[in-house]
Design a protein around this ligand. Structure first.
Ligand code: ABT
Ligand code: MG
Length: 148
């Protein structure tokens, strides 16, 4: 079953959007298999955003993601990687459609509330970077199995 890594960034936590964001993924029908609140080290931030190392915004990106607690999550379900990206919306919240998380709650590209893996390879890399195997819980909803 497909899995993706999602992280509610420090701005999402500070704006009290944790419940709202989790609700949107839960009610869509995806299954939460990993969840923790993390104070992100610079080392973890630099590994997570390694692909952006040469970009001018890299230092401020690392400063931001290490500035406060982050809610790290792994979600499971058919097509969850692409679907979560749709639910999240465009990188720049000003371009994100209403109805998406960024479209409904954000205006600043440097404060875009939530991260979502962008492809199967990045999902595998990011899940392994943020979670130990024993922190992930495999389970099957039995009440609404048709959702999954
Ligand atoms: P993430 O889910 O955080 O990876 O965002 P997304 O995949 O939608 O967009 P990318 B391109 O990966 O952006 C990573 C972070 O860099 C910030 N950013 C990006 C800027 O601040 N300025 C820019 O010009 C670009 C392209 C936005 C993302 N995170 N934050 N916060
Ligand atoms: Mg990205």
């Amino acid at each position: 079953m497909e899995r993706t890594f999602l992280a509610i960034k420090p701005d999402g936590v500070q704006r009290a959007l944790v419940g709202e964001i989790i609700r949107r993924l839960e009610t869509k029908g995806f299954t939460l298999v990993g969840l923790k609140l993390v104070n992100v080290s610079r080392e973890l931030a630099e590994q997570h955003y390694g692909v952006h190392k040469e970009r001018p915004f890299f230092p401020s990106l690392v400063d931001f993601i290490t500035s406060g607690p982050v809610v790290a999550m792994v979600w499971e379900g058919d097509g969850v990687i692409a679907s979560a990206r749709k639910i999240i919306g465009a990188t720049n919240p000003l371009n994100a459609e209403p109805g998406t998380i960024r479209g409904d709650f954000g205006i600043n590209v440097g404060r875009n509330l939530i991260h979502g893996s962008d492809a199967p390879e990045t999902a595998t890399y990011e899940i392994g970077l943020w979670f130990k195997d024993e922190e992930l819980v495999s389970w099957q909803p039995t009440i609404t199995p048709w959702l999954h």
